[in-house]
Design a protein around this ligand. Structure first.
Ligand SMILES: NC(=O)c1ccc[n+]([C@@H]2O[C@H](COP(=O)([O-])OP(=O)(O)OC[C@H]3O[C@@H](n4cnc5c(N)ncnc54)[C@H](OP(=O)(O)O)[C@@H]3O)[C@@H](O)[C@H]2O)c1
Length: 243
């Protein structure tokens, strides 16, 4: 049997890079998207040449990104088994400082482009009669609330509602859609937090520590696999037990 193809956004670093490593080790073919490359991504490409394909494009332009991904990178001849919507950007500020420009840009990256890519991912799955799996990466902030994250958290809330309704709409065709909700992970996205901010975040977790990237990666891989064939429309927290 041929390797299953997965579209993964945000592959260059952080959680996305770790998901790519896991999926490649599990024999998937990975079609990864990010704006930039990285040394470790280039090393991974050498290790898995023939199974790892990279597109550098900016997801802030939904139509341009859709064209680059589905017309040029991953044509309709390539059957798609899974889509992991992982890329995101965070516009952090208190609500009274909200500016519409950065808010719109964040919504394009975190919500509008992922919705458009989901549309074409599902069309591809239908064309090839594939019972595929879609996984969106959400955030604990959509559930618990953190000062300064209201705008960012709202993009994740939108994704969760979109995923649940996608699951309902396409379940009869065997296409599944789920969200994984990580807690605070040590990545570039969270690198600017102060020690005091980290201490406060850990204090709100049952395990009193950051969420391990490996634990999130395992959950994503499980949701892509047939082991989770009866799981759809779910919102699964991997957050060190945040309260
Ligand atoms: N870190 C946390 O504590 C945390 C907690 C909860 C949820 N999450 C979620 O987990 C996911 C991964 O986060 P992370 O911490 O791994 O983030 P990260 O280290 O900042 O990496 C983000 C990835 O998204 C890509 N990306 C960002 N903007 C893009 C754009 N406009 N076009 C194309 N690619 C873009 C980046 O690639 P380029 O810069 O090369 O384009 C990078 O590969 C995100 O959905 C995030 O919201 C993170």
């Amino acid at each position: 049997m041929k390797n299953k193809n997965i579209l993964l956004t945000g592959i260059s670093r952080g959680l996305g890079f770790a998901i790519a490593q896991k999926l490649l080790a599990e024999n998937y073919s990975v079609f990864g998207v990010s704006r930039k490359s990285s040394d470790k991504l280039e090393d991974l490409q050498q290790k898995y040449s023939g199974r790892l394909f990279i597109l550098h494009t900016d997801l802030a332009g939904p139509e341009e990104a859709r064209h680059a991904v589905f017309d040029e990178f991953l044509s309709l001849d390539t059957p798609l088994y899974g889509f992991v919507n992982n890329a995101a950007t965070a516009y952090d500020d208190i609500v009274t400082n909200l500016q519409i420009g950065p808010l719109e840009e964040m919504y394009r990256v975190n919500v509008f482009t992922p919705m458009l890519l989901t549309k074409y991912a599902i069309r591809n799955m239908l064309l090839h009669n594939i019972q595929g799996s879609i996984v969106h990466i959400s955030s604990v902030s959509a559930h618990t609330g953190y000062k300064g994250l209201a705008m960012y958290a709202s993009t994740k809330g939108a994704l969760e509602a979109f995923s649940k309704n996608t699951a309902r709409e396409w379940g009869a065709k065997g296409i599944r859609s789920n969200c994984v909700v990580p807690g605070f992970m040590e990545t570039d996205m969270s690198s600017e937090l102060t020690e005091e901010q980290r201490r406060k975040i850990y204090k709100r977790t049952s395990l009193k520590k950051a969420t391990e990237i490996a634990s999130v990666v395992e959950t994503v891989a499980f949701l892509l696999s047939e082991k989770s064939s009866s799981i759809t429309g779910q919102i699964i927290a991997v957050d060190s037990g945040t309260i």
